[in-house]
Every structure is written in C-alpha cells, then in structure tokens.
Design a protein. Sequence first.
Length: 470
Amino acid sequence: MSLPTVIILGAGPAGLGAAWRLRREDKAHVTVLEQRDAVGGNAGSFELEGIPVDYGSHRLHPACQPHILADLRALLKDDLLDRPRHGRIRLRGRWIHFPLKPLDLALRLPWSFGLGVARDALAKRFASTPPASDTFAGVLERGLGRTICRDFYFPYARKIWGLPPEELSPIQARRRVSAGSLARMVRKVLGVVPGLRAPGAGRFYYPRAGYGQISTVMADEARRLGAELRLGTTVRRIVIGPPHRVETECQGSVSLLDADHVWSTIPVTTLPRLISTAPAEAVEAAARLPSRAMILVYLVLGQRQFSEFDAHYFPEATVRLTRLSEPKNYSLRREPEDRTVLCGELPCSVDDPVWTATDDDLGDIVRESLATCGIPVTAPVLRVASRRLPHAYPIYRTGYESWFETLDRWVSGLAGVLSFGRQGLFAHDNTHHALAMAYAAEECLNRNGTFDTARWQTHRAEFATHVVED
C-alpha cells in the first residue's frame, strides 16, 4: 500500500513539527513549502553581527506537554537550556520584577498602586453593582479590578492590538491573560516562593543558538527522514481535488504539485485568496479578521551587555515600545565580548506611517523610549536593523467569533484540507501549543490516507482551552 502525500504550507514550528512526526511514523510522503529562505516563521532566528537573534522575545514554557518536551530534548540535547526568567515591568515610574516576586513587590510596588489594588479587592467583595460588559475590558476589570487594568492591562492592550479594550472580545482576555483574577495572580506570585514553587515556575527553556534552533533541528530531522523542504517558495493558488493541486513559484519558475492532503499553517485568512472556489461569505469573513503587525527594531551596541534583564515590558502609553529583549541574556552567550543586541517590539498596522520608516528613524524610537524610562543607550550604536511581521497578533474585535466560525466552517468542509497552528487557527498561542497541534494532526492521519475528523474535533476542543503563557 502506497503512503498518502501531504503538502504542508509554512515551515514554522507547527508545519515542521507535523512534517517531522509524519516522517518519523512513516505515515506519508511530505513536502513543506515555505515563502522565506529560512525555517522557523515568526519563531525563527537569524544572525546579526555574530549574535543569534530572534523575531522578538520567545521562550519555550514548562507547560509544554511532557512527551513533546522529551522529543525536543532528544533533538536539541545539551543545547536546550533551562533558564530562570529575569525580566521587569515599568509601573508608575518604577521597575517591578517579572515574573512577580513577593519581596520585590513589597519593596518596589508604588504604595498608591498597592492601595488601589486593595481597594478594588474590597469593592469586589462587597459589590452590589451590575457586572461590567462582556468585553476584554469587562472580563479583566471584574477579575483584576480597576487599578491593575487601568495601569497595566488596558494601556498595554491598546498598544498591542491598536483598539480600546472595550472593543475587544472577552475571548481576548480569557486566552491572552493567564492571571485573569486576583486569586490567580496571587497564586502565580506565590508559585515562585521556595516550598510553594509550582513545577517550572519562573523558568523557561531556550536553545543555545537562538529560539529558531527548535525549528532548525526539526527541519533537519524531517529531511533526514525523507521530507522535502522547499524554501523561498510562494504558493500561488490551490485547486481542490482530489487530488489537490498546489501551484508554486520559486525564483520565477512555476511548479504544480499534487497531494492527497494539504495542511496549512499559514494565516487562515489567506486561504480564500488562494482557493478560487471560496464562497463570497468566506472571502468576506477573512477580510473581517485582521492581524496586528509588528516591527522589530534591532540595535547593535558596542558593549558586552546592556542590562542583566532578559526582557523589559512597557505598558505606559507614553512609551511606543511594548517590550525590549536582549538575546544574549536568554542564551547565556558571552561572545562576542565587545557587542550586544537589543530587540525593540513596535506593534502597528501595515498602513501606519511607521511601517515604512527607515532603520535610522526606528532606532531613534527605541532610543527615545529607553531614555524616557530612565535606561538610556550610552554605548555606541554600531548598527540598526529591522524586520517586519505583517501577522504578529490576531485581533479579536468584539463579534469576531461569527466571522471566524464562517471561515473555519468553510475550511473544515474542504476534504483533505487542514488548517492549524497559531496562524492557521487565528490563535493567541505559544510554541508548545503549536507543537501540540502538529502532533494532534499527525495522530489523526492514518497510513491508508484517511483522516480521523472526529478525533481532530476532540483535539480542536482542547485547543480552544489554550491560554497564552506570559
């Protein structure tokens, strides 16, 4: 019996995880198509002035399923580092350690903020007012109180998604904020105390050569087992079969590939454009599901280390960045001794003027943001570089659910077509969630070429419970 043929769109963790698993279990002939010239997608890495850097700040969280983590350890071996989290958040002009620590909170938390949180907790206990609206703002304000929301979550949300919190779906809060109530937040704080420490609390895994090493080793192993990876390849259109036909272009050359199954990890909103038979309602639904873009600004500094912290978070509206990371602090890398790299994250829309700003102008934004926060760049800036991600965060505007359901129902009704992963399910998910989807997809494909749709729906219900790890 010949094995089925699977074409996978996208070489991020979800696509590569599925390709590697399919070949390891000898379930299918696999071809992976990737538009970029390197694997990893938004979870990839590249080298800048001799230093591996990522597309933003990425961590592999201990919440990763044990069997998936065991596989990654087997692939990465000693290169998978177990690291303590050591970041900080700026709150009312003060820096607070992140993840939150009891002693640091006691010593550094502004008294006015602490009193506000206490007042909110008492008001919640004795409240007789009607519940707030069922929006991102309403859910978080009910759970965390006005002070935490107005000082941290709401301004941060405006910067990340570009919308007032009152216009965001409650699902955005339930899937994006792991500590959605004061009780949960207290448990997370106490979870780092010795004797009360939860497994993995305050720690993360990180590959020695950058976060993209996860994708690189999976790609190498998938190739070794017989998968074909075509990089620098654009998908022009998909003709629904059977067999399905995928038209690609690489360096001006057009090719046609036939497959029994097409598994897509690219943005699900692009599928109606690639499949000419998409109904009008699917096309409209895709147009109603925008993503927030992100500009990543890299400053190469002429110093060994900028700070001891792996990441800084900036909720204030007066600071344009949302986060700053220093890749050398993630990987314990010391070389080169004479320089380091900072990565500033600047959410925006692709039609914002800043999307086309020069690297020099973007570097000025980073420097101005850091100076505003009292951590100015004093070392020589050796180079400024940038990368642009058009699909960084899905935007869950109030009422988006009906549009996603329309699009998802159409895609799910295409026999032999599967959409999964962070982009494929329009989800706020971590890498360990994307890998769980990849494993689930492989599990549902039988060697005779049939796909267990009932089992997949069970997995989909599990995916809906994913909550992003901070």
